[in-house]
Design a protein around this ligand. Structure first.
Ligand code: NOJ
Ligand code: CA
Length: 590
């Protein structure tokens, strides 16, 4: 196998590689004719999770209550009224289980415990009740492709070959030679097998060495996970986001990959042989018994995979969370034509069955306005509002990342020491060892590093942006003096108040949830125009993605202008809509 090729491939952007795990093969969709989906009208199958507006909270960076520089559950509790004021109806909170924090909580050492930096079980109860009292649902992250190496299961598993927990993980006895190469996303050498001398064997870790992969082929392990899920469902949580679950099922004979796998190694490890079987079992044992929603991270390798994960008739998961949309933005920009094409393709594939998530950022992405809008002072607010309008007017459940409602931007660190993200640091060390281009790497991280989206929430212009009285775990973006929630509360035209307006607009217009989507003026390189229609009601959404005036000519009879991201509106010329830079408008169509 050609290590050099793989390493060149991964050299500069670890996250791009991660995201490629979920890239669908477009061509296959064409083969997948409509007739193979059962024909259902989405609006006849109403569900709370389709109507939800999900706000994602990164707890480590949201609000610190005790001055240790780390956001916590009490911090979120202190901001419950803020959450309510946004109008959002659900929160997805990144992992807050016990964890040694090799990967900020995505390495869990006790699935029933609360991370000590984040608080206690009592804090969790107060938080859940506080959310429910305000009619906000709680979606938890479920990280069960892997655990922490500090989980008791792994400690037992590694202690002896005869441990009852041995088969909770994947082990390869060293006397059989080196195991066939497997790619690891976060390993310092991208090698997913780690030798462990205690039992003279290798264990598998698709992520870091401290995130050993759980063995889903073992029914005992599966039962343990369903029990954990029931434990939280019994407490009353409302949903699970399944982290990296597409990698859970493995061909445990670990065949040698054929030559050339490095061009598309993802297809060899995602959507393993029994994945659907396990999801059906999980549905039978957990989802069907509680009113909880389920969202997959990723959407498989093909459009057919995406459907099979969430087709309601198959009784597996509820919604897909596909990465092709967020993958469009590259360090040197993106094309709107590509953007429109991708979002339109996914919409039509899910028009009759299955359900999508709509998002432009999360804790693994850099900031929405930096990547998809324009974060220069002149255009930051307006372009951010335009993107917000997009997210809230597409079919699918919107997932909105905390801080984007303020148009928070990338921090663009100059020094590697400022970053805290483990895979970034590993990649840096790797490049150092192999003589890679460190300068280029650091330049690219200014746009793509996950830490850009993890800097502390900017509450006000006081010390540390009001996030913490102590030194924050990750530096606060120095622009907090201008960009912060307190200042935006006072400004009727702020991104924050615009976000509230658009959320309310979506909630008052079910056509935006269930209505048919139609792309207009497809070849326009600057303007994204589409209609949403249902039950005789039709809305037009027009979005200028460029920093110049742009126009679109549409054959529609326009009614009232219902929403605009500019404070004062301009009139529509007879046959053309002329939009100012990054302008967003929603019209009624007669
Ligand atoms: C995807 C999560 O979103 C990411 O933050 C994490 O590092 C990996 N899965 C591993 O759990
Ligand atoms: Ca704290």
């Amino acid at each position: 196998m050609n290590f050099l090729k793989i390493l060149t491939f991964v050299l500069y952007n670890t996250y791009d590689i991660m995201k490629k795990f979920f890239l669908p093969i477009l061509g296959l969709f064409m083969l997948f004719s409509k007739s193979s989906f059962s024909q259902k009208k989405p609006e006849t199958d109403k569900k709370w999770w389709k109507e939800a507006v999900v706000y994602q909270i990164y707890p480590r960076s949201f609000k610190d209550s005790n001055g240790d520089g780390i956001g916590d559950l009490k911090g979120i509790i202190s901001k419950l009224d803020y959450l309510k004021s946004l109008g959002i109806t659900a929160v997805w909170i990144n992992p807050f289980y016990s964890s040694p924090n090799d990967d900020n909580g995505y390495d869990i050492s006790d699935y029933r415990g609360i991370m000590k930096e984040f608080g206690t079980k009592e804090d969790f109860d107060v938080l859940l009740k506080g959310l429910h009292d305000r009619n906000i649902k709680m979606v938890m992250d479920l990280v069960v492709n892997h655990s922490s190496d500090e989980h008791d299961w792994f400690k037992q598993s590694r202690s002896s070959r005869t441990s009852p927990y041995r088969d909770y993980y994947h082990w390869w006895p060293a006397e059989n030679g080196k195991p066939p190469y497997r790619y690891s996303l976060f390993d310092i050498n991208h090698d997913a097998w780690k030798y462990d001398s205690t039992t003279n064997a290798y264990y598998l870790h698709y992520f870091s060495t401290k995130q050993p992969d759980l063995n889903w082929e073992n029914p005992k392990l599966r039962q343990e996970i369903y029990d954990v899920m029931k434990f939280w469902a019994e407490k009353g949580i409302d949903g699970f986001r399944l982290d990296a679950f597409q990698f859970a099922s493995k061909d445990t004979t670990f065949p040698v990959w054929p030559d050339g796998y490095e061009k598309d190694f993802i297809k060899y490890i995602a959507m393993g042989p029994h994945l659907h079987q396990y999801l059906k079992e999980m549905n039978e044992q957990v989802f069907s018994k509680y009113n909880v929603m389920s969202v997959a991270e990723g959407a498989g390798n093909t459009m057919e995979d995406a459907h099979n994960l969430v087709d309601a008739d198959r009784k597996e998961l509820n919604m897909a969370y596909a990465f092709e949309g967020v993958d469009i933005a590259k360090p040197n920009g993106y094309s709107l034509l590509h953007f429109k094409n991708v979002f339109t393709k996914w919409d039509s594939a899910f028009a009759n069955n299955g359900w999508l998530s709509i998002f432009l950022a999360n804790h693994d992405q850099a900031r929405m306005v930096t990547r998809f809008g324009n974060d220069s002072p002149a255009f930051r607010d307006v372009s951010s509002k335009m993107l917000t309008t997009f997210i809230m007017t597409m079919r699918g459940t919107p997932y909105y990342y905390n801080g984007d409602e303020l148009a928070m931007t990338n921090i663009r660190f100059d020094n590697v020491e400022d970053y805290k993200d483990m895979p970034l640091k590993n990649e840096y060390v790797y490049l150092q060892k192999t003589g890679g281009d460190l300068k280029k790497f650091l330049e690219e991280q200014k746009i793509s590093s996950r830490d850009n989206g993890r800097t502390p929430f900017q509450w006000n212009s006081s010390v540390n942006a009001g996030f913490s009285m102590g030194e924050p775990w990750l530096k606060v973006n120095p622009n907090f003096a201008n960009i912060n929630a307190a200042a935006q509360e006072k400004d009727a035209n702020s991104p924050l108040n615009y976000f509230r307006k658009v959320v309310a607009f979506r909630k008052n217009n079910p056509v935006l949830v269930y209505g048919k989507y139609t792309l207009l003026d497809k070849a326009n390189p600057d303007v994204y125009a589409y209609t949403r229609e249902m039950d005789g009601k039709k809305l037009l959404i027009v979005l200028n993605f460029s920093k110049n005036d742009a126009s679109t000519k549409l054959d529609l009879k326009l009614g009232k202008l219902l929403l605009n991201n500019y404070p004062s509106s301009t009139s529509v010329k007879s046959d053309k809509i002329i939009l100012r830079p990054y302008e967003a408008r929603i019209y009624e169509v007669k």
